[in-house]
Design a protein around this ligand. Structure first.
Ligand code: VGL
Ligand code: ZN
Length: 201
């Protein structure tokens, strides 16, 4: 096949597959949203149902998961600042049951794991293009709108959104404040929204 034809075809495929409306759901995992979770973030138990109710409005959903080895450097036992949380393949690292319907259509979602390296803290999910699943990257680049929600507003939501802005212009990005909960009083995420000129809903 001629190279030109090939690249044209790839471009068509990319455009065709890019969802117009994309939802990014950051770290809505039991250890964070469940009041009995090891790093429970106050008020976030309402997020699973709220987000599940919204998801149908989107063409595709990207879920990030905090996904740590059992001896991750961010844990207090290892000299870090956090209680042990979101250990790979544990109940605490899981998504809520009410997300099951969203997960029933493999073409409409991707899961992105972060914090998997023992010796590296990683609040932002999308640090470099090389580390992002190429399908997610093509969704970011081809979409019309990205809405962001999840936990925790002052850590992983903020940092992952900052990463996202390297791939998506700020005009296309909205922070869904009603579906974000923070460890602080919400002031960090508010300041971030103002600094970056993002829309909120
Ligand atoms: C997070 C603290 C430690 C987050 C992850 O998802 O915001 N916070 N690990
Ligand atoms: Zn973590």
């Amino acid at each position: 096949m001629e190279p030109e034809t090939k690249s044209k075809q790839n471009a068509e495929v990319t455009v065709e597959n890019a969802p117009a409306k994309l939802l990014v759901v950051v770290d809505v995992q039991r250890d964070f949203y469940d009041p009995s979770g090891s790093l429970y973030v106050t008020g976030s138990e309402v997020l699973p149902e709220k987000i599940a109710a919204l998801a149908g409005e989107y063409d595709a959903v990207v879920f990030t998961l905090d996904w740590h080895p059992g001896n991750h450097c961010s844990f207090k036992d290892e000299g870090g600042i956090w209680p042990k949380h979101c250990v790979q393949n544990t109940i605490g690292a899981g998504l809520p049951d009410c997300f099951t319907p969203i997960l029933s259509d493999p073409g409409k979602f991707r899961i992105f794991l972060k914090g998997t390296q023992q010796d590296k803290e990683q609040y932002g999910a999308f640090e470099t293009a090389e580390e992002i699943d190429p399908v997610i990257l093509s969704w970011f680049e081809g979409c019309e709108q990205v809405d962001v929600c999840g936990i925790a507003g002052d850590y992983c939501v903020k940092e992952s959104t900052a990463n996202l802005l390297n791939f998506v212009p700020a005009e296309k990005v909205t922070m869904l404040l009603d579906c974000i909960r923070s460890i602080d009083d919400g002031s960090t995420v508010k300041a971030f929204v103002e600094e970056k000129g993002l829309k909120t809903k």
